[in-house]
Design a protein around this ligand. Sequence first.
Ligand SMILES: Cc1cc2nc3c(=O)[nH]c(=O)nc-3n(C[C@H](O)[C@H](O)[C@H](O)COP(=O)(O)OP(=O)(O)OC[C@H]3O[C@@H](n4cnc5c(N)ncnc54)[C@H](O)[C@@H]3O)c2cc1C
Length: 495
Amino acid sequence: MSKSMICSCEDVTADDVRHAVSRGYCDVESVKRYTGFGTGICQGKSCLSAVASLLEKEKALKADAVVPFTPRPPLFPTELSLLASAPVDESLPPIGGVPQEVDAFPQALRPEGPVPAKAKVVIIGGGVMGLALAYNLARSGETDVVVLERGYLCAGASGRNGGGVRMQWGTPALVELAKRSIDVMKGFAREMGINVWLRQGGYLFLARKPEVAKRLERNVALHNRYGVPTRLVTPDAARDIVPGLTMKGCVAASFNPEDGVIFPWPFLWGYAQGCRKKGVRVETYTEVTGFEVSGGQVRKVKTDRGDIACDTVVLASGAWSPQVAKLVGVDLPNEPHRHEILSTEPLKPFLGPLVSVLDSGLYFSQSMRGEIVGGMGDPKEPPGLNMGSTLRFVSRFAHALMEQLPQVGHVKVLRQWAGCYDVTPDNNPILGRTPGLDNLLQMSGFVGHGFMMAPAVAERMAAWMITGESDELFTRFNLRRFAEGALEREDMIIG
Ligand SMILES: Cc1cc2nc3c(=O)[nH]c(=O)nc-3n(C[C@H](O)[C@H](O)[C@H](O)COP(=O)(O)OP(=O)(O)OC[C@H]3O[C@@H](n4cnc5c(N)ncnc54)[C@H](O)[C@@H]3O)c2cc1C
């Protein structure tokens, strides 16, 4: 019985599901991610009901909490070449998308019992930022910390991203942060006891327009000054790095062999597990609904499971941060922008680096499981918290990918999804104290690169919070800069 196969696409047994439950991953979305069931060719058509009934039978979930995971298009595995033939009107903005993910999680998933009545630090958002910060606080001795997450771990951008990690940035601050983060990632499996599938195959940036090529050239010099071995490469040399790459329309490229890709989900679970081991409370399916403020301080955080009195509150709610900040009367300049992404069937290893055409925002890499994972920004995408998937995206992406790598036309897309970039006016984060509410700390606005910034930012933020020593990161990227017009522009943005 224990070896009964539940998901034959991904080799998931009944025992694998029980193991996920024993680790605290009891709801269907979390079990899907923890075991991989439903992520293969059948997309859950043959295994979802088996997992649901096992969860109910094992009493891992109340009957009304057993709800199916969000279905992902396409309905059937579909070749990139076919998808590329769907017509796209580039003059119109993308509309809608499926599924329109619900804005509220089922009440039955909410844990029973209240949240703790008091905590020194309350962190709002259980994405990579919130969890990494909580872990670093606990590691430095501050364990009276509660992380509040309205959904499951991985519900936000941290569970929806491309896993790209790179040191190729346009400003010293981001080069240094990314460099430190990649160092942390290299030791993560050892420290946290979880495999995060880091593969340093490099990042190959391609430039079409001369001004973009100039940007690469300028940044190579910056990277080298900070010990990052990026080099400019000719189109021919780029074809040697990625055999089969056409370099169509491209005039230059830059390559850093130390950049790479990571699997985002276990990275979050590693931090969450580390937090819990050290006594931090990570409360999923618990939504922040308001605040109690007096004397220029946040006194209490209100949730749908009761209030928490606190000394410090950290706003780490990603693309939802402006919405949460509004609850306490603070205006943030961040705007959510949908970004779509997809994954194909697995292939034998053939692609070393993550490749990105900087001009168009196309990017693609090969994961350790062998899938091509990639996305592309859409200049017509309007702001808004939309996480639906469109045929327009797969068509634009497939077209742009096949222009650079025509041999993948026969490869089938298995799954597409979307998440929101948390975009600030200068493409840099918002960190540090909130003017007028001193104990409300900001930790948002990481656009499309928060995953690779989180380990380093969280380390520095925990040290800054605990020691009280000044750190220029929290003045450089303070919310105040938008009112003062002291923007810190970053121009190595994909999409
Ligand atoms: C398609 C896509 C591709 C990307 N690719 C990359 C990449 O290759 N490399 C990279 O470094 N970055 C990438 N990013 C960006 C990266 O994913 C984000 O910058 C990062 O995950 C942000 O982490 P976060 O913790 O700030 O936000 P999130 O992960 O979004 O976490 C915020 C959490 O707050 C919770 N929340 C919201 N409101 C409330 C409330 N009221 N109460 C309680 N909880 C609440 C949400 O449910 C959410 O889980 C990509 C993003 C997308 C969408």
